[in-house]
Design a protein around this ligand. Structure first.
Ligand code: COA
Length: 444
């Protein structure tokens, strides 16, 4: 990323440059254009514009009822603090750790929705957007900035906003694909120079390694992969080193993908959608991953209404979707955004990819999770979902469920067969209890 330069350092001269220069301002002045009751879209994931958000929060005492729409964001979300509740009302499509307390305390709202459909909510005006806060790469010689590590729903929000305010961060990777915004589309620009926040993957535990190995047994040579969010997808990647000719079509990428590309396991040669390319909407990982996607024509960034469209996904031969869950009941209903009454995360692209993979030629939709939670005290396979839990993936959609104890193939199976198959991959300490609770079902 060392070749990017800010305006103060540039030797390039183009017709866009004067325009860009006029738009350059300070953080304080840039956010001064935001008014009470405006609807703001915040650039997602690791591209959340931290310095603009800090400047906005400083204006809290003079603002009232500003609506903030966001996906997951890395970094602070001080606008969601209790003391700013009158100034900012947060509406989140995915609950990250920085807004989880606010959502569960009732100060912030959760919007359950498929990632593929969020851009449409903005474009249709169902969710009106007044202001878009971005963090982009410095402009190239033609005046194009890149949306960097997150493209997903941001283009749709930017198109509808009457005011577009951008941090132009020298350290934001210049990602390629449908990833560009011309400086003529920006209203106010603040040049910054700070690291993009990282999400460092934890080393997989022995249980996660066993799950990774069971999932890997389902991944065929020539498959196109989607990997969801959480500890399991990363453990799966570490088990794929002996596969051949894999491809990637995924809403997100994490660090583990880079190892497989460098080892020649991921070639993208057998892909039938965007062949030869790793296709994504956002990346979240360490600087190694951010450096990898910088100016890299191998990685094609596209919007989430394209990448996550189940029809597009289903055009990939051997599409294999690997996602995680918090709880699965014995009929196959998948709880992935709630733990009982606790609102935990979001739909993201889980259902988009489960449906797309299920309809792909030789596709596979896999839900992988540890058999227990809280140090083995709670079974994640249960007769019934906890009171308050919501279903993300329905039992008609689910095909494979994997734990450290094996693989349950549920598609086309009766409720009774599903209960047997899922109990077989539950932790041995809980099997008797699950069977006892199942006896209350008439079909068991
Ligand atoms: N009962 C009680 N607690 C539970 C539980 C259960 N059934 N299941 C999980 N937990 C606890 C865990 O113990 C952990 O707590 P800890 O942090 O105190 O250890 C916490 O909840 C998180 O669970 P974990 O399994 O570690 O989460 P993860 O980071 O691996 O993510 C999902 C798993 C399901 C939350 C994540 O994949 C997700 O958000 N999925 C939905 C969206 C999706 O799949 N999108 C596709 C790609 S973005």
């Amino acid at each position: 990323m060392g070749d990017k330069i800010l305006l103060s350092e540039t030797k390039t001269r183009g017709s866009w440059l004067e325009d860009y220069q006029k738009k350059l301002t300070t953080l304080e002045s840039a956010v001064s254009h935001i008014k009470s009751r405006d609807s703001i879209y915040v650039h997602s994931n690791a591209a959340a514009p931290q310095l603009l958000l800090d400047a906005l929060v400083k204006r809290a005492p003079e603002l009232n009822g500003v609506k903030i729409y966001q996906l997951m964001t890395l970094g602070k979300a001080d606008y969601a603090l209790k003391e700013h509740a009158e100034s900012f009302q947060v509406n989140s499509f995915f609950i990250g750790s920085n807004v989880r307390e606010a959502v569960n305390a009732g100060r912030a709202n959760y919007i359950p929705v498929f990632l593929s459909e969020i851009p449409g909510l903005f474009l249709s005006g169902e969710i009106p957007i007044d202001v878009c806060l971005l963090q982009v790469s410095p402009p190239d010689a033609h005046g194009f900035c890149s949306y960097g590590v997150s493209v997903d729903c941001t283009i749709a929000a930017r198109k509808k906003a009457r005011l577009v305010i951008a941090e132009v961060n020298k350290q934001m990777p210049r990602t390629l694909g449908r990833a560009f915004v011309h400086v003529s589309r920006l209203d106010h620009v603040v040049e910054t120079d700070h690291p993009v926040p990282e999400l460092v993957p934890a080393q997989p535990s022995e249980i996660e390694k066993a799950i990774g190995s069971n999932v890997a047994s389902l991944v065929e040579d020539g498959a196109t992969l989607q990997l969801g969010i959480g500890a399991i997808p990363n453990a799966v990647l570490q088990n794929l080193m002996d596969k051949r000719n894999l491809g990637v079509h995924s809403e997100m990428l994490s660090d583990g993908i880079v190892d497989l590309i460098e080892a020649g396991v991921i070639t993208n040669d057998a892909k039938t959608v965007l062949p030869g390319k790793v296709a994504v909407t956002f990346v979240m990982g360490t600087k190694r991953l951010y450096d990898f996607v910088d100016n890299n024509p191998l990685v094609e960034f596209q919007t989430s209404d394209y990448i996550n469209d189940p029809f597009v996904i289903s055009q990939n031969y051997k599409m294999t979707a690997i996602n995680s869950a918090l709880q699965v009941d014995v009929t196959g209903q998948v709880a992935a955004d709630t733990i009982g009454n606790l609102l935990y995360s979001g739909f993201g692209g889980q259902v988009d990819f489960v449906r797309g993979a299920a309809h792909a030629k030789q596709g596979k939709a896999i839900i992988a999770l540890p058999s227990t939670a809280k140090g083995g005290k709670i079974s994640r396979i249960s007769a019934m979902l906890n009171t308050g839990s919501g279903v993300v993936t329905s039992r008609a959609d689910v095909h494979y469920v994997v734990t450290e104890y094996g693989v349950a193939q549920l598609y086309g199976k009766t409720l009774k067969e599903r209960a047997r198959a899922l109990t077989a991959i539950a932790h041995p300490d809980f099997k008797a209890e699950i069977e006892k609770q199942c006896s209350s079902y008439s079909w068991y």
